[in-house]
Design a protein around this ligand. Structure first.
Ligand code: MN
Length: 392
């Protein structure tokens, strides 16, 4: 006989049946497998759907099956979790271990916030134009290091390297300017062949969903090494990603027009229907809320970023990740990096009564986000958090 139960979901839960993010979890005794979060529970999809696609420690095979299958599974899961469900499929979210939900072949990081790019331009080039001439013509980005993308909760050792000093010559040691970047990541489901482009209108045929990202950054290492080829060791030591991928289907109510683009981008970057998203992020530093970056302010949309990423024929694969770049708004408390919040280290940030600029050993940063859901409710994204360990 099978034990049946009903999953209790609080009315104000950010993980109600209109959300249903996917992750990879292991029960207290068992192997990693795919699950969906509902309320404070995780539902084992291999058990619920009796489908071995979900008995793997990665979502890649499911993501590769494409949008028709994503819709079918989402409908079946919604029916399954709101009715009577076999108890063997249900675990408390507090009782499971979580790992990176996808196997990431390639990782790209963009720079799509005009407020962030303007702030950084003012800090790095105080005598020049804040935005470089290309910025309004293309979504600026760089290829990151997929092998060091880690799941939320992974501890981050302070990186060591060549640090820029005021004298103009470097010294060597643990970074003194360890920072965060609050970002939104986009997970590719259906890839594209070498030589093929993904037009903006095919965004939702390829991208499965979103996950919060923290692009840890060592500003003194970055500031010395980044010219002329861009970010390298100041970024590649670790990038944290939420354990839960929220499908685009859950973000229907969050779609908004972009704030506006001037000049109008080249034809391959134009959108018929905008993929602006109305997400509110919250950055907590040792528990204290220090910033609330608004995603709706982003200049470039994720469909434009993907069109640009592939316009030269670069291929993509299931599980590939590209992130938005730091999300900042025009207000001081909307800045998604400590470089901006502390204005290059010149202004302190109050954290539990202490004056701080960059991260200290033992500090913890947790980024959360919510978005409009159906019927005036809100949905939550899985958090991305991490604690800083001393340099090795
Ligand atoms: Mn970044």
């Amino acid at each position: 006989m099978t034990d049946l139960l009903r999953i209790e979901i609080a009315d104000d839960s950010l993980f109600g049946p209109e959300n249903l993010p996917y992750g990879v979890f292991a029960p207290a005794a068992g192997d990693f497998r795919a699950g969906v979060r509902i309320g404070d529970s995780v539902v084992d999809l291999a058990v619920l759907l009796d489908d071995s696609t979900f008995a793997q420690p990665t979502l890649n095979a499911f993501l590769a099956q494409g949008p028709g299958r994503w819709r079918e599974v989402r409908d079946r899961v919604r029916d399954g979790v709101t009715g009577e469900i076999t108890a063997a499929a249900v675990h408390s979210v507090d009782s499971v271990r979580l790992k990176l939900p996808v196997t990431i072949g390639d990782y790209v990081d963009f720079y799509a916030s005009i407020d962030h790019a303007t702030n950084l331009g003012r800090l790095l080039r105080p005598d020049g134009e804040p935005l470089l001439p290309n910025w309004r013509h293309l979504p600026v980005g760089y290829h990151g290091r997929s092998g060091t993308v880690v799941v939320s909760g992974t501890e981050i050792a302070r990186p060591t390297g060549q640090r820029r000093t005021p004298s103009g010559t470097p010294d060597f040691g643990p970074t003194k300017r360890l920072d965060i970047e609050a970002e939104l990541g986009f997970v590719i489901g259906v890839g594209s062949e070498l030589g093929e482009r993904i037009p903006t209108e095919e965004f939702a045929e390829h991208v499965f969903g979103v996950a919060l990202v923290n692009d840890w950054s060592a500003r003194d290492i970055q500031g010395w090494e980044y010219q002329p080829l861009g970010p390298f060791l100041g970024k590649s030591f670790a990038t944290s990603m939420a354990a839960w991928v929220t499908p685009l289907a859950a973000l229907r109510e969050a779609r908004v027009p972009l704030p506006g683009q001037d000049p109008e981008p080249l034809p391959y970057l134009r959108e018929r229907e905008s993929w602006g998203l109305d997400l509110d992020l919250a950055v907590r530093w040792n528990g204290e809320l220090v910033a609330t970056p608004p995603y709706r302010r982003m200049y470039w949309s994720p469909a434009q970023m993907l069109a640009h990423l592939t316009v030269n024929g670069a291929s993509t694969r299931p599980g590939d990740l590209y992130a938005s770049g730091t999300i900042s708004g025009p207000e001081r408390d909307q800045r998604g990096s400590f470089m901006e919040l502390s204005w290059g280290g010149s202004e302190s940030v109050a954290v539990n009564g202490e004056k701080r600029t960059f991260l200290e050993d033992g500090d913890e940063v947790v980024i959360t986000a919510t978005a409009p859901g159906a019927d005036g409710r809100r949905i939550g994204l899985g958090e991305v958090g991490g604690r800083i360990l001393p340099a090795r």
